[in-house]
Design a protein around this ligand. Sequence first.
Ligand SMILES: [Ca+2]
Length: 203
Amino acid sequence: MVFGQPSTKNYASITNATSSSVSEFTMCLFVRMKDTNFSSGQCLYSYATTGAPFGNAFYVCLFSPGIRISIHASGDDDTDARVKINDTMWHHICVTWKNTKGDWQFYLDGQLQSSGTGLKKNHQIPAGGTVVIGQDQDKVGGGFDIEDSFGPGEVTEVNLWSRVLSGDETAAQKANCDIAQAGLVLSWGQFKGKVTGVKIVEP
Ligand SMILES: [Ca+2]
């Protein structure tokens, strides 16, 4: 997906994205940011449900310029992954989370870059929400702000698993685009047909 300048009209979305609540996940994508010096937010991925405050139940956004991972439920819980990717190069990123201890990991280009614990421990992310690529959701499937819109840049191969992938699995994605099938709940092929405003370029 090729995004132009930030606009609330550019995104891909999938409604009813998960059929059961989520106690652990991995979300990976390839991204290239063309603006090295942005000052507003750049939201890559958001998931929103009606029960969550401000819409989002989960998001991965860049806020000038570190990547923030957030899980919302009766109060936010977020963490700064201390990773910057605004260098116009392609990067592969993976975020993992598991509710048992609230452990999270952030992989950049197949390498574990940062990690932590206590992020929304014991929380279940509710089922049935909407995933949007390229926007933050202030309400389910909408409430987009240009200050949170992704662009200019490119995003591809966005996938979501209902489990924590291993380091070897994330490294294989980066190296060979080798997408693990076990636990894959949302795949890139599903997003490609649901885009608004952005251009799809086949590899
Ligand atoms: Ca917003």
